[in-house]
Design a protein. Sequence first.
Length: 280
Amino acid sequence: MPAARPRLLYVTDLAYQARGRRYCDEDIHLTSRLRAHFDLALCHPRDAAALMDAFDAVVVRNSGPVLGYEKEYEAFRAKALATGAPVYNPLTGKADMAGKQYLLDLSAAGFPVIPTVGCAEDLHRLPSAERYVVKPRLGADSLGMRIVPAGQVASFATGDVLIQPCVAFAYEVSFYFVDDDFQYALYAPDPERRWDLEPYAATAADLEFARRFVDWNDLGHGIQRVDACRTPDGELLLVELEDLNPYLSLEALPEEARDAFGTAFTASLSRFVQGALSPA
């Protein structure tokens, strides 16, 4: 008899509404590719903990901001860690998966990150600016983010927040990786239209910048998106390292590149699941 195919629980919120993006289309496309290799079921993130025992691995994809189901996510994460259930992306991520603390850590360590502090007492460490960005450390998808004038920033810099200068930039650019392999880059030529993306020809220097953060995260398996902004003097600064459920903007790619990503994603998942199922 043929060997049983691996069973995947694919976690996604098909109804999630995101400005300028249709998450459901992306997951419909990706799962149509994965069904050729896996027995697959989709579920909402609120249901993942209850269903995961029946599957060989869990794939967390476009599941929306954790703030919308924080209790259920923590229960899922705790159960996966306690049982050793294989989760893709692995739950060892040090970036957005763990909140925004990494921006503070990387900024303090001298990485090319938008300067970041976590309290009003440290505002003197930031470059002076006319406006500042204040956002919750556990935020996502711009939830809770405020842009405030310099004279008011101290009054908003309370609680569990991050504070950054409002940086002028020419454009935003994202670099997409599967495991440690670069796949493609997209950028928004108009800073006012973040999700109007076009293919971007990454230079060797661009990829060196992006790989520095992928290497730092040391995830091993999974999909990561390195978001950066290009300052007027040409420098790239990290905006976000998304390692939990990065939206991939596959609709902005030509068909050949979209197909190549699907192939890389499928191969990565196959290696990940095979490693999880093989005896140590």
